[in-house]
Design a protein around this ligand. Structure first.
Ligand code: FE2
Ligand code: FE2
Length: 384
């Protein structure tokens, strides 16, 4: 049986007493969506190190050397001349009837129970636009967080690697923005739960928390989400874009796992508990963002009954959403976060229905097999 958290504990973590409190979830809205910039305090010291010994951390050095040769150019390595017909591709790529909204459609009196093909096609289009927009905003979050890691991490091998990741993230923001601008010709502002999560990560003064929030949680989820979209879409430009982005992301998650594994070994029980709580809070914020309230607002669907219905779907019917956590949970296990202390994080992950992924492959080494850029270059060289 899992230990239960007191309402006060939940409130301290999330700012609400019940993880599924609908009013509280919907009360958080994006108030500066019309502004062009947003300032967030990053509360950290920039750290110089005078220990320049390259390769003192061999796993990070290997990752850095790999990253130097696996760079690609978003303008020239993707074929932007490909015509994209949103109506044709988006519906086929992600028919929402196979997802949680489909479960909702089978329930009497739900706001989507009487929908026809036209409404489902609109939802497919809006959902893809929304998801791609959140990817773009999340990529900018990664750009900023990793620039912060360059400043704050005390190890030279990690500063070197993080510098290559900053370049990767610039390229990711660039290609998602270009795809939205030229091919989708539409976008959504950042989802407020995603913004809150990025704010929390950037606000924290401790350098390892940037890694935990970004490399383990946000990028772990992104890697799983990109993987689904890559499998489902047959639109050739998006497929190639995702393949290349995933090659980079797998390295980024590995960077998080390799760095934190060493650092966590030196932390005491109270410090580890803080990391467990941070990971849980991030998981709930990421789940809330997938309620995509902005899409319902734009489509004129009553948001409250719709989101209430989505939160009510039994865990066993919500496999797609759970799968988004399939990289995060094994990585948390590898870092020792699941079972440290009284297995606090294990119990929380049980509550939100994602513990079943604990023994899936972790991402410490997976980047070798996902390196699409090197694979394509080798194939081109072999054909010449
Ligand atoms: Fe990225
Ligand atoms: Fe990344």
């Amino acid at each position: 049986m899992s230990e239960t958290r007191t309402p006060a504990e939940t409130a301290a973590l999330l700012g609400r007493t019940d993880v599924n409190d609908l009013e509280e979830i919907l009360a958080i809205t994006n108030t500066d969506a019309e502004e062009t910039i947003r300032a967030v305090k990053d509360n950290a010291d920039a750290i110089f190190t005078w220990d320049y010994e390259k390769g003192a951390r061999p796993a990070l050095n290997k990752l850095y050397e790999k990253a130097k040769t696996a760079q690609w150019n978003g303008e020239t390595d993707l074929d932007w001349s490909i015509e994209v017909d949103p109506e044709k591709w988006f519906v086929g790529a992600a028919d929402p009837r196979f997802g949680p909204e489909g479960s909702l459609a089978r329930r009497k009196n739900s706001p989507v129970a009487k929908w026809g093909d036209k409404e489902w096609a609109t939802l497919a289009h809006e959902s893809l636009t929304w998801r791609m927009s959140q990817f773009m905003h999340g990529e900018q979050g990664a750009l900023i967080c990793t620039a912060k890691i360059v400043e704050t991490v005390p190890w030279i091998d990690a500063k070197y690697y993080a510098a290559t990741q900053v370049m990767d993230e610039a390229r990711h923001v660039e290609v998602f923005a270009k795809y939205l601008d030229e091919k989708v010709q539409d976008h959504y502002p950042i989802n407020t739960h995603l913004q809150l999560l990025l704010d929390d990560i950037i606000n924290d003064s401790r350098w390892d928390m940037t890694y935990l929030g970004m490399q383990i949680m946000v990028e772990g989820l992104a890697l799983a989400a990109f993987g689904f979209m890559h499998q489902l879409t047959e639109e050739p430009l998006l497929k190639q874009l995702l393949r290349y982005v995933m090659a980079d992301e797998a390295r980024h998650v590995a960077f998080g796992v390799l760095s934190l594994k060493e650092f966590y070994e030196g932390l005491d029980a109270a410090e580890i508990r803080e990391r467990q709580e941070f990971a849980f809070e991030a998981a709930v914020r990421m789940r809330d963002r997938f309620l995509q309230q902005e899409v319902w607002e734009r489509m004129g669907v009553p948001v409250k009954p719709l989101v209430a219905g989505l939160l009510d779907i039994p865990q066993e019917e919500n496999i797609f959403q759970q799968m988004l956590f399939s990289k995060i949970v094994p990585n948390c296990k590898k870092l020792g976060l699941l079972d440290a202390g009284d297995a606090w994080l294990r119990h929380r992950f049980e509550e939100i229905g994602i513990i079943q992924f604990e023994d899936w492959v972790d991402t410490g080494e997976e980047y070798e097999t996902l390196d699409a850029v090197t694979q394509d270059r080798e194939q081109t060289a072999a054909g010449q």
